[in-house]
Design a binder for this molecule. Structure first.
Ligand code: MCA
Ligand code: AMP
Length: 507
């Protein structure tokens, strides 16, 4: 009887008084203290009626307790479903309902708005605040500090992460114990993480990057983390001297480069900087090396697959590429029209297969079948090519997706909101280059004949239902949208027309 994910990431640290988390106020939480908190939380979840395989929806601020809740779920066999703290009540309602979560954990500030939602959907509601207080921890303090780990098979579900779709409906990506564990162990070895490492962790923990890549690798290696609530430039510069490694989205690196305090001396001792979630401009890569002497290691992954490729640790980290398929991961470039493998060097859709690839979308068999082939290859929706040296280049997307500061935004979801507004005939949402976020959201609105849409009212409607990071940075009224002969809106033309709108710095 075993629980591979718990045993190998968490259980291995039982009884260790080695530091695991260093918080912004300097407080250190040892592995053993962390596991005790997790065990107590696992008791609370079980007493709340959650059984192995049930979902726990969690929208809380980043904290040591929030991370312990993930460990508690793994230990109790409960499926962990973390949610972006920026999501509105409308967005949360969908996730809670779609996942059938048996319990919801939120910040006390959201309790009033989420209580009717949880009650209506038959889910229990508990609170957990950024400082570790809340009804959940009140219950946990009285619980035993040991929890009998629930047995799980490698194919059992460990987590759901929602990822939006081209139709505007989010899909719950089902990740198994084996998906998470295989990737953590592979990356630990590939990037040479050891117990001596200290990872500066400034990413959110509701996505793959901060939760599975950064945290799971640190756990697998026995490393410690400087665990910051968010990316705060001053704090990161203050704490980098205590770290050996950092992981971030490209915005982290461009913000650091924009600051004169970010010098070669500040990071001379660092072992590794990793970037992912969005394209790192070759220019940023070069600037970073010129400034610091370090070459950022860029890798490529997805919610559905964890990490697929990585630049090498020892070999050449090539700017503008995402490196090689990771050990155990197969990657091929295929013709989007028929799925046939293309000759080397050709541009096509990227497909991947391996132990990292998810089990499918929760209760969406058609969507699963459309993206996950029967032979196990997952169609990523990214367009790329493999060069003569084997490096993978991502050259575009075969999916209508905007990535802003590492957050994925699906235009369809925003268009659906804009289209509903008075005086709007139709809309198109595109991503345009942005110096800080890489891309940002632009909304183009075509009025109904004779109508004059109220832009302020439309912005307000978007604010009410969509998370802040999805809000169009600008809304522009246009007479019509360019269409091809099939009637499809030509977003590539729109992207070209508005490319200079936010004047990206030499992007
Ligand atoms: C914050 N805002 C944003 C974003 N973040 N708007 C657009 N895109 C964003 N990413 C809003 C804020 O709410 C604020 O609104 C305004 O923009 C400016 O906020 P600012 O203070 O500049 O932002 P910040 O709080 O410093 O956050 C920027 C950030 C953050 C540090 C880049 O977005 C971040 O940590 N991103 C990482 C996302 C991530 O982990 N992605 C991994 C996904 P207002 O002015 O109204 O207050 S996993 C994944 O993609 C795959 C699997 C992979 O390969 O890793
Ligand atoms: P998500 O759906 O949040 O998991 O985002 C996954 C998507 O992020 C991928 O399909 C890519 O389009 C993009 N992505 C992740 N890493 C990189 C990278 N290093 N370079 C370019 N795009 C990336």
């Amino acid at each position: 009887m075993s629980n591979p994910l718990y045993d190998q990431l968490f259980g291995v640290h039982a009884g260790k008084t080695t530091p695991f988390l260093q918080l912004e106020d300097g407080q250190v939480i040892t592995h053993s203290q962390f596991l005790t908190t997790a065990a107590q939380l696992a008791h609370v979840l079980v007493q709340a009626g959650l059984q192995p395989g049930d979902r726990l929806a969690v929208q809380v601020h980043k904290s040591a307790h929030a991370l312990a809740l993930y460990a508690a779920c793994v230990q109790a066999g409960i499926v962990f479903l973390p949610l972006n703290t920026a999501y509105t009540t409308d967005e949360l309602t969908y996730f809670i309902e779609n996942s059938g979560a048996g319990c919801v954990v939120c910040d006390a500030a959201s309790k009033a708005s989420l209580t009717p939602v949880a009650t209506g959907l038959g889910a229990r509601l508990e609170t957990l605040n950024a400082d570790g207080t809340g009804s959940l921890t009140d219950l946990a303090t009285a619980m035993p500090s040991d929890f009998p780990t629930v047995s799980r098979a490698p194919d059992d579900l460990a987590a759901f992460l929602y990822t939006s779709g081209t139709t505007g409906r989010s899909k719950g990506a089902m990740l198994t114990q084996a998906n998470l564990l295989s990737n953590a162990l592979t990356l630990r070895d590939y990037w040479r993480f050891t117990a001596q490492d200290v990872l500066l962790h400034a990413l959110p923990i509701f996505h793959t990057h901060g939760l599975f890549v950064a945290t799971n690798i640190s756990l697998a290696a026995g490393s410690s983390m400087i665990f910051l609530p968010k990316f705060d430039l001053d704090q990161v510069i203050r704490l980098l001297p205590q770290a050996t490694t950092m992981m971030g989205v490209p915005t982290f690196y461009t913000r650091l480069l924009d600051d004169p305090r970010f010098t070669r001396e500040l990071v001379a001792h660092m072992r590794l900087f990793v970037s992912g979630s969005a394209p790192l401009l070759a220019d940023t890569h070069v600037q970073f090396e010129t400034r610091t002497g370090h070459r950022i290691l860029e890798r490529y992954g997805m919610t559905e697959t964890n990490m697929n490729t990585s630049n090498p640790y020892d070999g050449e980290r090539r700017a503008g590429t995402v490196g090689f398929p990771l050990p155990g991961v197969e990657l091929k470039i295929t013709d989007p029209a028929n799925g046939e493998t293309l000759p080397p060097g050709d541009v096509g859709q990227i497909e991947v297969r391996g132990p990292n690839v998810f089990k499918g979308y929760w209760q969406m068999p058609e969507k699963t079948a459309a993206e996950l082939r029967e032979d196990g290859f997952f169609i990523t929706g990214d367009l790329g090519r493999v060069d003569e040296d084997g490096y993978v280049h991502i050259v575009g997307r075969n999916k209508d997706l905007i990535i802003s500061g590492g957050y994925n935004i699906y235009p369809k979801e925003i268009e659906l909101v804009l289209d509903e507004q008075p005086g709007v005939l139709e809309s198109a949402v595109i991503g345009v280059p942005h110096a800080d976020f890489g891309e940002t959201v632009l909304g183009l609105i075509v009025p109904e004949p004779g109508a004059q849409p109220d832009i302020d009212q439309i912005s307000e409607a978007a604010r009410a239902s969509l998370a802040r990071f999805k809000h169009p940075r600008k809304l522009i009224v246009v007479d019509e949208l360019p269409r091809n002969t099939m009637g499809k809106v030509q977003k590539n033309l729109l992207r070209e027309s508005y490319a200079g709108l936010f004047a990206p710095a030499e992007n």
